[in-house]
Write a new protein. Structure first.
Length: 411
């Protein structure tokens, strides 16, 4: 019995040895097979890539393909926080692996191309480096110049109400105005001027009425003075410019050229194709222009002597018409804003219309000419002796077809 047990143990030990030997043979065979396969595949990959354009700069750093180890470094943009408004308009960048295009407008040209409506008062730069301050709710008009010397035009998108939408104004620069990219410049000084009858040369105004008398006169004449002429001067010089209405003030509801004083309850606008206000007194004109915009971001007002005269200086310097101050226009009928009586444009300089024609325009300037104290500016379509720099004196009740008004904006 003992011998049988001993034999069984011997047989079991032999069996275990045999099984272990067989497993070792199988494992070794698999290892050899796999190694041969890897070697074969590596050889094939190397052979296949030998004539290809695959180079290390095309492969991520640390990755090996076909025996080629990558050197390409990839910037991780997953933590980037830039938004389109952080990038200059038209430029591109990458945020979190995605390409984004900038929407930030810093130049007049970008503003014109993008048609962006500015949500706050924004300073842009023109083609030559001049600054242009755009009020909130406005955009650069599609037909604007991109240099202030040509007349930068802004357009009301949502600055006012539904009636003022589309109203346009032109930037009149003051101070040193760059005229090219080579450093040339022209000085435009905000002021009141006389203009030579022979060549239009401007000189400081020499009339007997002083600045204070002209623009800060009390209401004993029955006139309406500027909101604050000193504030206008201060802000205009600080902003290096102001806006003049591109057109005479118009009535968006008018279907013909006849208006009465009751029409001052109608909405005022400053855009082409509508009839200009007329048959209004100076105080009524002031009410219309001062009430055009309100909200604190900028001011609107009836044009003053500084704004009118400086606009003429601006035009004479940059339009090529050096004697525009004495320009005479004669028409056969009252035209709609920005149009002649035949429907074609006729009087435009630096994108400003009708300072030499259509109607006289009320201002906040006053003076003494007998019983006449109210001053309107510009030319009248039926009077060949009138011209842009003319100061036309009228009495307090004057209200006729020949007189309209023009708003300004400053900020």
């Amino acid at each position: 019995m003992k011998k049988l047990v001993k034999n069984q143990k011997l047989i079991g030990a032999i069996a275990i040895i045999l099984i272990a030997t067989i497993l070792a043979i199988i494992i070794t065979a698999n290892i050899i097979k796999n190694n041969n396969q890897v070697a074969s595949e590596g050889y094939s990959a190397t052979t296949a890539n030998a004539g290809s354009s695959l180079i290390s700069n095309y492969i991520l750093n640390g990755i090996t393909i076909g025996g080629i180890t990558g050197k390409m470094e990839v910037l991780d943009t997953s933590d980037a926080t830039a938004t389109p408004e952080d990038i200059v308009w038209g430029k591109t960048g990458y945020v979190n692996g995605e390409k984004i295009t900038g929407t930030k407008v810093v130049t007049v040209a970008h503003g014109k191309e993008s048609q962006k409506t500015f949500e706050e008062n924004t300073t842009l730069i023109d083609d030559y480096g001049n600054s242009v301050k755009v009020p909130a709710g406005f955009k650069i008009a599609t037909d604007s110049a991109t240099a202030v010397t040509g007349g930068v035009v802004i357009e009301d998108v949502n600055a006012g109400n539904s009636n003022t939408r589309g109203s346009q104004f032109v930037w009149v620069p003051v101070g040193s105005v760059k005229t090219d990219n080579n450093g040339s410049s022209t000085e435009i000084t905000l002021g009141r001027y006389d203009f030579s009858s022979t060549d239009g040369t401007p000189t400081p105004y020499s009339g007997s009425d002083t600045e204070d008398t002209a623009e800060n006169h009390d209401s004993s004449y029955g006139n309406s003075i500027a909101k604050n002429i000193n504030d206008f001067i201060k802000k205009t010089n600080a902003s290096k410019g102001y806006y003049i209405g591109r057109y005479e003030a118009g009535d968006v509801t008018a279907t013909n050229s006849q208006h009465t004083s009751s029409g001052t309850n109608n909405p005022i606008a400053c855009k082409t194709g509508i009839y200009p206000y007329n048959y209004i007194t100076q105080p009524q004109a002031s009410t219309l222009c001062q009430g055009m915009y309100s909200g604190g971001n900028f001011e609107s007002d009836l044009i003053n002597s500084y704004a009118w005269d400086t606009a003429i200086v601006f035009i004479q310097n940059f339009s090529g018409d050096t004697n525009y101050s004495r320009q005479i226009r004669l028409q056969s009928s009252l035209a709609r804003c920005g149009e002649s009586h035949s429907g074609t444009q006729y009087d435009v300089r630096c994108n400003i219309y009708d300072m030499a024609g259509n109607t006289y325009e009320w201002s906040t300037e006053t003076g003494n000419y007998g019983s006449r104290h109210f001053i309107s500016r510009g030319a009248y379509y039926l009077r060949v002796t009138s011209y842009p720099s003319l100061r036309q004196y009228n009495d307090s009740l004057h209200s006729n077809q020949d007189t309209s008004c023009r708003p300004i904006i400053y900020l």
